[in-house]
Design a protein around this ligand. Structure first.
Ligand code: NAG
Ligand code: NAG
Ligand code: NAG
Ligand code: NAG
Ligand code: NAG
Ligand code: NAG
Ligand code: NAG
Length: 563
């Protein structure tokens, strides 16, 4: 409650002092699993892009389990003092008790009944992080989420002012500065029902009835135009993917289950994609990239537990379709500049999926501009598989194209309002992937309701922003939203990853991670995550700036900016 009131007071002061509305702090509310930031029609938290006014300035933006959300701390490199990010827990007497109870890995400290003093000593350990600007890796340029049928449906129900807050929170520079959306070609699992173009007439290879977009697309286009205006975007990148062809094109004549595209419709399915691209361009909403299809393995091996729209491909068949149909159809059309991404499925299929494609059609991979990965089973296999794919195809972009929490049997199927842990899962995943050649990340649904839907097969999951579909008067920004924002907001297109290394990671209990970038204006952005229930001291050694010392609170993450 204390935090809530402090925040509320801040808000009032900010309004009274005439603070610009793009600088309002989070209106923190304690909920079932932690704290969320509440927005309503008249109030929503934003942060203007921090400017580094002189070359010795350092700006740290922080979020923490204890309630910091994009808190800005400013200091100077030259004054030698460590820059301390203040958080409630530093001064809170309850901190030690809470730390011991919450952190299972350290529970032995409590059992062993070790005096607090010793525990505190352990907390002030210093981690050395070297930052080598000369060692440069991939560019990072794409951040976004999915504008599914569900998202479109939920946003339409909100009052106009709240719609603006959703768009601005995600796409405006004062929000988290996304620049891309993913959308389905036809329906997806997050829709009110399965659907595709030209469902009727059946057995119609010329797609005679696919002459205009669906009303659901027109609604999305109207919303995306609004999103572009609110976000002040010159260009909105749109990535399209199809979940399933209309049933008549498929071997099982169904939306889901074990079913593949009938080979007599390979060219029809390529034409279907081209028509979608042309119709979207005609509405002044051109598509930037498409994939070869969402999660192809769902219709081959995943059909036991996947009950939503899917269409199966083996890599060998898909190589034939890409090489003989989709690739040439797109490249020889007015849409030839549209990028094509392959796979669009889980990490464990890398890199063998592409090797199998090559074995089936040796030129098929030349039609691919990029590789698309979904994060759902990342725990099963390491990022080395992505590194291998990158080594074999170094020129191709790599994007994560889908992520959410709540799909696994052992997880809550739906939102956990305020869950810091879920935010931390995102923090660890983004950090890991961006340290392994990824050029960006597209999250799944931009918004969901309190249940994690609506979804026509009850496949409920979490999202970075949850809308109150009951009152339609509030939206809740989850810790996940800020986890993503610590990357997307501070990494403008053409930021390049630079070498960062933690030099003193001695014991396995330590949960500290870092990934660093040089931004187009030359400044450095480091994203540092402290997963411990203890504060840490961080001694940065930048190859051009020398020493920079920070003291960071427990269970927190930070974006550190300096020139
Ligand atoms: C919106 O939120 C602000 C900040 O918490 C509050 O002062 C205001 O009363 C709320 N407005 C409505 C209509 O609930
Ligand atoms: C812990 O800190 C105290 C006070 O700084 C010091 O006297 C003591 O030796 C330290 N203990 C250990 C184990 O480092
Ligand atoms: C064309 O599609 C529309 C919309 O799905 C449908 O109502 C109509 O019956 C279809 N036309 C034919 C000839 O099947
Ligand atoms: C690719 O496959 C074609 C047809 O199977 C064959 O003629 C050609 O030699 C192959 N090219 C390479 C580089 O292996
Ligand atoms: C960013 O990297 C990707 C993958 O290597 C590349 O395709 C793209 O052209 C790069 N963008 C720029 C502007 O350098
Ligand atoms: C949504 O609004 C309703 C009605 O005001 C309220 O009872 C409910 O607690 C809200 N949901 C959440 C998750 O806060
Ligand atoms: C900082 O890094 C440089 C190499 O980039 C090294 O020479 C120097 O000793 C390091 N300083 C500290 C304090 O570790």
């Amino acid at each position: 409650m204390k935090t809530l009131w402090t925040c509320f007071l801040f808000a009032v002061i900010a309004i009274c002092a005439g603070a610009p509305e793009n600088q309002l702090p989070c209106d923190l509310r304690e909920t079932s699993h932690g704290s969320v930031c509440v927005c309503n029609s008249t109030y929503c938290d934003y942060l203007e892009q921090p400017q580094l006014t002189d070359s010795s300035q350092i700006v740290v933006i922080s979020s923490s389990k204890d309630g910091l959300r994009f808190k800005k701390t400013t200091g100077y490199i030259t004054d030698g003092k460590p820059l301390t990010v203040e958080d409630k827990q530093f001064t809170d007497e309850n901190f030690m008790a809470e730390a011991i109870v919450v952190d299972q890995q350290r529970a032995w400290l409590q059992l062993a009944n070790i005096p607090q003093r010793l525990f505190i000593n352990a907390s002030t350990k210093t981690f050395r992080i070297s930052v080598k600007r000369e060692q440069r890796y991939q560019n990072v340029s794409i951040f976004g989420g999915a504008f599914t049928g569900t998202v479109s449906h939920l946003i339409k129900q909100l009052p106009e002012d709240l719609q603006v807050h959703v768009y601005k929170s995600y796409y405006h520079p004062d929000g988290i500065a996304y620049n891309t959306v993913r959308m389905s070609i036809g329906g997806s699992d997050f829709d009110m029902e399965p659907w595709a173009y030209n469902e009727w007439p059946r057995n119609d290879p010329q797609l005679s009835n696919f002459t205009s977009l669906d009303p659901r697309d027109l609604q999305k286009i109207e919303q995306l135009n609004r999103l572009k205006t609110v976000g002040q975007l010159d260009e909105l990148k749109i990535m399209g993917a199809a979940w399933s062809a209309p049933p008549w094109m498929k071997s099982n004549d169904r939306w889901t289950g074990f079913g593949q595209l009938k080979s007599e419709y390979y060219q029809t399915w390529a034409l279907y994609h081209l028509k979608f691209l042309e119709l979207m361009r005609a509405k002044n909403m051109p598509i930037w990239a498409i994939s070869t299809g969402n999660e192809p393995l769902n219709g081959v091996i995943g059909f036991f537990f996947v009950h939503f729209m899917s269409m199966g491909w083996t890599p060998w068949q898909q190589a034939i379709w890409l090489n003989d149909n989709l690739g040439p159809t797109i490249r020889n059309s007015g849409e030839s500049k549209v990028l094509i991404f392959g796979n669009d499925d889980q990490r464990y299929t890398y890199p063998s999926w592409f090797r199998k494609m090559r074995s089936s059609r040796n030129n098929s991979l030349s039609f691919l501009d990029g590789l698309a990965v979904h994060w759902y089973w990342d725990e099963l296999v390491g990022p080395q598989l992505i590194d291998q794919a990158h080594t074999e195809m170094p020129k191709k972009m790599i994007l994560n194209t889908e992520s959410c929490i709540g799909d696994k049997p052992w997880q809550t199927h739906g939102p956990e309002l305020g869950s810091w842990q879920r935010g931390e899962s995102y923090m660890r995943a983004y950090t890991q992937d961006l340290r392994h050649n990824f050029n960006g990340w597209l999250d799944w649904n931009l918004v969901l309701d309190e249940q994690g839907g609506p979804n026509y097969v009850k496949n409920y999951v979490d999202a970075p922003i949850i809308v109150n579909a009951t009152s339609r008067g509030e939206i809740y920004k989850q810790p996940i939203f800020y986890a993503i924002g610590h990357f997307s907001k501070f990494l403008p297109p053409q930021s390049v990853r630079i070498e960062t290394e933690i030099e003193s990671q001695r014991n396995t209990f330590t949960q500290l991670s870092v990934v660093g970038f040089q931004r187009p204006d030359g400044s450095v952005a480091l994203i540092i995550y402290n997963g411990q229930n203890l504060p840490v001291d961080v001694a940065l050694n930048d190859s051009q700036r020398g020493a920079i010392n920070l003291r960071l609170p427990p269970r927190s993450w930070h974006t550190v900016l300096y020139k």
